[in-house]
Design a protein around this ligand. Sequence first.
Ligand code: PHE
Length: 465
Amino acid sequence: MTDNKRSSFTGQIGFVLAAAGSAVGLGNIWRFPYLAAKDNGGLFILLYIILAVTFGFALLTTEIAIGRKTKQSPLTAYGKINKKFKGIGTLATLVPVLILPYYCTIGGWVLKYFVDFATGKGFDAAADGYFTGYITQQIQPIIFMLIFLGITAFIIYCGVNKGIEKLSKILMPILLVLILGISIYSLTLNYTDEAGITRTGLDGLKIYLVPDFKNITLKTFFVTLMDAMGQLFFSISVSMGIMIAYGSYVGDKTNLMKSIKQIEIFDTIVALLAGLMIVPAVFVFMGKDGMSAGPGLMFVSLPKVFSNMGTAGNVIGFAFFLMVIFAAITSSISVMEAIVSSIMDRYGFSRKKSATIVLLYTIVVGIIVCLGYNVFYFEITLPNGSVAQILDILDYISNNIFMPLVALLTCVLIGWVAKPKTVIEEATKNGEKFSRKGTYIAMVKFIIPALILILLFQAVGLLKL
Ligand code: PHE
């Protein structure tokens, strides 16, 4: 690719929009709330916010700066900083390969719910057992997954990402307003169960926000920390080469520091609000037991919230799932593009050929993921305590093993081999202020590597707490 084509973002706004489009997606709306609920709120939220302003900031800055400095794709960018570290590129490219099939599966679930609400059948989805009944079907989930994948692939084939980004400038604020409105409504809910116990939205809010320090053990602390860290990587799209690729498209005049702050803030706000919309409502309708539902959480609890709203609920549900589809598509195109562009760079294939290879692969693995809930059903318990099917295993390997490993190696490269000044100088080359410099250096040199090492040992079961 020529340099000209690389700096293809139209300035600051274009870059922030594209990066935020990649960052804000199912991770924020589907993944964050179910982890927050599983880990009982409070502590998870606290750790996530602390990690976002330290870890998240450091990793995002590092990757975008590496991208802009080297002007290369992740496959070769690490090697350009230091030859010995070339391997990180390959490892980072594997992450989106693992993510894409299951991301499309969940995208398919969202699509199905959207169709339900669009055809006035949204309230059926509020019935107990609807979600499980749906994913255990063999054919429909595959069809919806394929449609979601088809839309993603179509955009990648045509290279029309730019138009999608412009559209997301209008749709993202609408999504935010909807989430905010639904969250406020959730807090007004109350429900009395068969045992005669009444739970309110405000009780749920307390669980969501206030850490319950009394019941924390070392083990739950580490599991929560690991979940929060994996979630952060996934949510800001780091440790998988995507932000390096985006960094390589950024013009030299763009103020990186300011852009990074905007991306970080927007991504975190959407996640926190999505949790606010879902977690208290789960507590109201299903009590503490319902909170460990896992990946299905949003699909189980939101229809109940919408049906509680009465007639308006169908329209709001319709609008909500539509916006989520958009947020998911702007992310899934970045996941697919990461793989496609790596294949193009590595093997010199055309865009069409690379995209076709990725498409075929994703169809096969995507179908296997869908069948994981029926034909290939099994239950295995992961080191973080959740009972997993194929989707969860792919998610766990990518978020809790591969991404931390990529982050660890990147920190060794920047913290010790190339030195933090490589990134700091790149990020401040137009005289910008690097506002969290001390934190940044301490993070990449010591804190991130140390913490990741502990968590990795735990993730692979070597450290038992
Ligand atoms: N960050 C995206 C989200 O929160 C997901 C994603 C993962 C995007 C990996 C790109 C790469 O949904």
